[in-house]
Design a protein around this ligand. Sequence first.
Ligand code: HEM
Length: 427
Amino acid sequence: MSLPPGPRMPRALQALGWARRSLPWLERCRARYGDAFTLRIRHWGDWVVLADEADVKAVFTAGDKVGVALANPLLGPVLGPRSVMLSEEPEHMRRRRVVLPAFHGAAIANDAETIGEVTRREIAAWPAGEPFALWPRMQRITLEVVMRAVFGPRAGDPRLDPLRTRLTELTDYLNQPRNLAALTIFGPEWVRRSRGYRRAMGPVEDEALAEVRRRRTEPIPDKPDIVSMLIAARREDGTPLGEGELRDELLTLLTDGPTSTSLAWTFERLLHNPETLARARREIDEDLGDAYLDAVVKETLRMRPPVPVVVRRLREPLRLAGRDLPTGTVVAPCIHLLHRDPRHYPEPLRFRPERFLEQPAGTYTWIPFGGGVRRCLAASYAELEMKRVLREVLSAVDLRPVDGRAERVRKASISFSPGEKGLVMVG
Ligand code: HEM
């Protein structure tokens, strides 16, 4: 039961390829080996990368035959071992059900006004007539939005301010390029034991735990927020979640990076494609609904997905890419390659939101949120958040790019962000 072919160079060199040039490297491998190939990356392990729709569908519909694997070894300790993202079935499903209601239907509609208010407050602080980077501003918005979803009205309690600061410091730390270099050369264990990592991680854990302890002694509020849902949740045997489990769930939700990165990319894409920007503005000015904004968000997530692969470990043998792959194999449905495949997206390198007006996004060909039972549980929420922020910004200020050239993709240790962090000017 051999794995599909792939680059034969030493693991250390493959690690360098992955760290420095992941996206072009994935493209080269597909050109050479086809829609399924094996990467052997030092410190990351062996991955069978899948870029064929049928294989991706087979993984996403395999239920509990596929289980947890981590695409980024740095994230493990941040999320914590008891996080929903790292738990196996059936515990995984139980955990999902606890927080899912907070990201669905009526809850999303309720939060739309909060998102608008947070965005307007942020815009008011933007400088006029001088360049500034949008990505950190978007990080501030998305952090505030998620704080309010998780803590409800309690988000305004000054005792939570240190948590905000520490979370921002942790995100900055995780995204430092030198961490990626250290990860490649010395491995995740070394990085996790390093002073910098502990210094960034420790205070976040302390603050999250302090809040969990405070909240466990208080009555459940009338309008439950995510913390109170987690505190009220019961395991199958009727016992409540322990402090450690609560900490892991909180940090899993609070360390969301993809929304701010995707927002920065959305503005970068729009500002470098003036016709799409004009059409988006027209939709807002003439109150024409949000079909085009929706397509803009979908097209940005297609062209610039913040995460290029999702990964799973086979819990049973599975037939993929014409081979029987053994239990334990790590398979990686490749978002980046599927989204650039001209068989699914003609002229894949063109930013053309219209394609999503002509044809709905395919379940297994548009997968920025992954898929199957582990699909991002906040996918609808994140799309709504992006549309609302876009609407507020485009109707309040006239943004323009500082440089006429599109920004290149910069790989930090967690996300794939705009190289200049979305450099813009107002006016
Ligand atoms: C544009 C924004 C976002 C993108 C592109 C994104 C992307 C992803 C991806 C690719 C996965 C892995 C899915 C898989 O393995 O199949 C995931 C999982 C997850 N995401 Fe998101 N995400 C976004 C926003 C958010 C937000 C705002 C939250 C919550 C505040 C969130 C919470 C989660 C959680 C809890 C999981 C784990 C789900 C599970 O294992 O059952 N995400 N996300």
